[in-house]
Design a protein around this ligand. Structure first.
Ligand code: PLP
Length: 662
């Protein structure tokens, strides 16, 4: 018999492909994180890190962030462009901007600004609040600040005035009506605006976010609006303000072909506008959309991408250069607004499994138990007769009998005890069928039905709606796997059920090398030992789209820097307490407590409750209201409890700058 090993786990979970060098399985059978992709620059054992964090008082679920991964992505993207520019002898420069909307967490944006300084990475704001963040955090005069999104007078005036602070700021006209708003504000303030036009391209993206492109997309100027807009600027004396042409064809573009098509169209528009008189047009902003290979398949399937960073950069530079050369237009500086590709890899949610439900049945059914109804007798016969030769037909019949049993029960022809017997026999039948099918060479739909029925439910301590909402909203697949015990064969096939009481709060589709699988290989739980599962590549969009379904709030999160000699915990951000979550919905802790006390007093008076029961109830209530919204084991008092109540965003529980030697 083959012995299981960590290589088999690597192949099973495909970690070497989606992990992109940042995540691997080590010889100890745990996930190793290499934030710089160079083991000499330091790496960390994720299981050891989680154990250490828990010892320090953090709680699961916990979001672990690795800012060095963001640093590595920023460098890789810029160097891919610098390499193409020098290889093609392209005449313009490269300027990246990070769209804050992708993940606005303060510590992360600060880290991005700090790490981005070496490549002059700028920021993109898609709204007024994001502009306010960008203005305060970005002070590199070389880095661009791109203003997108819906704008009002205040937004535009703030952006114009910020030019005087030395910010390298460009206001992108997303809707035609914004042109006059900008002109008016510029005249009022006597500041020359720096303007970009966002073009609505006909070329469409590919993948889930395809609606961001095409003629019906929400933002951008049509060909007619681009032409009249340019003429309008000229008439008003603002033609030299037009510096940038922008387009965005959607997030997670899966196919290089779609990128090529949009680049050709946008470059033609750029060249035409230039020849129509926009001689100061010198930036081409190719938007976001650079994808992430979530399943590691390197295909143009929606959870993957069929190109590398370098191929993306080469394509952008080559296509723009080609058209500009044909049209005799100076090569523009290239701006990218890649967000997902910069931050998706940097965070991992680690959650613990609270328990399982295993529908397999190890008991042998006894014939005498199944004599009280014809259906029971027939089902028992099927159980006994099941074999390789009649497998498919028998499975079909038995699934039909199961459906019939539900109808018979509803019509009153089966009692509850008989229904329970059918349930047990059905489980025994499926268990027998599953064992038989293991020896079959060819897969059949009947085998799939059996496997699907026998999937083990892993009850997990997290909320899908809070931590990975795209799983539910757009069927996004994130890599999920245990972070330890990877030297042991995972004997179970399970699905992940979250803590919410919503039937959609589950993961039952998982990445596979060439496909999607409807169960995940997981281990049997061991008594008294936690079982930790990681959900990876969650750094883009998930946190801010997460919601408070069932009042599960933000999880604890930590920022961990990895150094050659160990790791350092830079920030610990406390997750929401029940009290904070209730506060967002206008509940007041004291008035809730007062009401409960009044009810307890009344119950005491009537003798329904003893004094000690009342004390216990009130204590539980108070403790629960101060506690984590997720399940906590034994109410462990944390050594890092917040000293005071802090606000939701940017709360820093404690900055521990501690070096942990490996
Ligand atoms: N720029 C604009 C205008 C966007 O709307 C978006 C998001 O969809 C982005 C950039 C970031 O896209 P991505 O995260 O796919 O790179």
């Amino acid at each position: 018999m083959d012995v299981w090993n960590t290589q088999k786990s690597s192949a099973l979970y495909n970690i070497d492909n989606w992990g992109a060098g940042y995540f691997k399985i080590n010889d100890r059978g745990t996930v190793q994180v290499n934030p710089s992709r160079d083991p000499d620059l330091g790496s960390v054992d994720l299981k050891e890190l989680v154990d250490d964090l828990i010892e320090r008082g953090s709680r699961t679920p916990i979001l672990v962030r690795f800012p060095n991964i963001v640093q590595s992505r920023i460098r890789d993207l810029a160097s891919a462009f610098h390499k193409s520019i020098s290889e093609y002898q392209y005449g313009g420069n490269y300027r990246g901007v990070y769209p804050i909307k992708v993940n606005q967490q303060r510590f992360l944006v600060e880290e991005i600004v700090r790490y981005g300084a070496e490549t002059n990475l700028g920021l993109e704001a898609g709204s007024k609040p994001e502009l306010l963040v960008a203005l305060a955090l970005m002070d590199n005069p070389e880095a661009l600040l791109i203003c997108n999104g819906f704008k009002d007078e205040e937004y535009i005036e703030t952006a114009l005035l910020a030019q005087k602070l030395g910010r390298n700021i460009i206001i992108v006209i997303d809707r035609y009506s914004e042109i006059d708003l900008v002109i008016e504000a510029a005249r009022n303030l006597n500041i020359k605006p720096r303007i970009g036009f966002r073009a609505k391209l006909e070329s469409r993206g590919s993948g889930k976010w395809v609606e961001s492109s095409g003629i019906n997309s929400k933002f951008g100027l049509s060909a007619r609006e681009l032409v009249t807009g340019l003429e309008h600027l000229e008439r008003e004396g603002f033609l030299t303000s037009l510096e940038l042409l922008h387009f965005h064809i959607g997030s997670q573009i899966t196919a290089l072909r779609s990128i090529k098509e949009s680049l050709v169209e946008a470059s033609r528009i750029f060249a035409e506008l230039y020849h129509m008189g926009a001689k100061n047009l010198h930036y081409l902003d190719v938007g976001g959309g650079l994808g992430v290979d979530y399943d590691g398949s390197q295909t143009n399937w929606e959870n993957s991408i069929n190109y590398s960073l370098q191929e993306y950069a080469n394509d952008v530079i080559y296509q723009v250069m080609n058209i500009c050369d044909q049209k005799k237009v100076p090569h523009p500086h290239i701006v990218t607004e890649a967000g997902r590709a910069l931050v998706a890899y940097h965070s991992v949610l680690v959650f613990d499994i609270l328990g399982i439900h295993d529908p397999k049945c190890s008991e042998e059914p006894i014939e005498t138990d199944y004599q009280s109804h014809d259906l029971l007798k027939k089902l028992f016969q099927e159980y006994q007769d099941l074999g390789a030769k009649n497998f498919n037909e028998s499975v079909q019949d038995v699934f039909k009998m199961r459906d019939d049993s539900t109808s018979l029960f509803s019509l009153g022809f089966l009692n509850l005890k008989q229904r329970a017997l059918i349930e047990r026999l059905f489980q025994a039948y499926c268990t027998k069928a599953y064992k038989l099918a293991k020896a079959f060479k060819k897969r059949t739909p009947e085998m799939d039905s059996i496997e699907q029925f026998l999937r083990v439910s892993y009850y997990s301590n997290f909320s899908l709606f809070q931590s990975a909402p795209d799983t539910w909203a757009v069927d996004q697949l994130f890599p999920i796997m245990p972070i330890h015990r990877l030297g042991e064969e995972p004997s179970e096939r399970g699905i992940i059920l979250d803590l919410t009481c919503d039937s959609d709060g589950k993961v039952d589709q998982f990445i596979d090398v060439h496909d999607v699988k409807n169960s995940l290989e997981l281990h049997k739980l061991k008594d008294g030992e936690p079982y930790y599962v990681g959900m990876f590549l969650l750094g883009a969009y998930q946190e801010i789209l997460g919601d408070l379904h069932n009042l599960f709030g933000d999880t604890d999160s930590v920022h961990v820097s990895v150094t050659p000699s160990g790791y350092q915990i830079d920030h610990v951000v406390e997750g929401d307490s029940v009290n904070e979550v209730l506060g967002y919905l206008e509940y007041d802790r004291l008035s809730l407590l007062r009401r409960l006390r009044e009810s307890a007093e009344k119950a005491l008076e009537k003798g329904h409750l003893t004094k000690s029961e009342s004390r216990l109830l009130l204590r539980h209530y108070e403790e629960a209201i101060a506690g984590y919204t997720y399940l906590e084991k034994g109410g462990v008092e944390s050594s890092l409890r917040p000293v005071e109540s802090l606000r939701r965003i940017g709360r820093e529980r404690e900055v521990v700058v501690e070096q942990k030697a490996e």
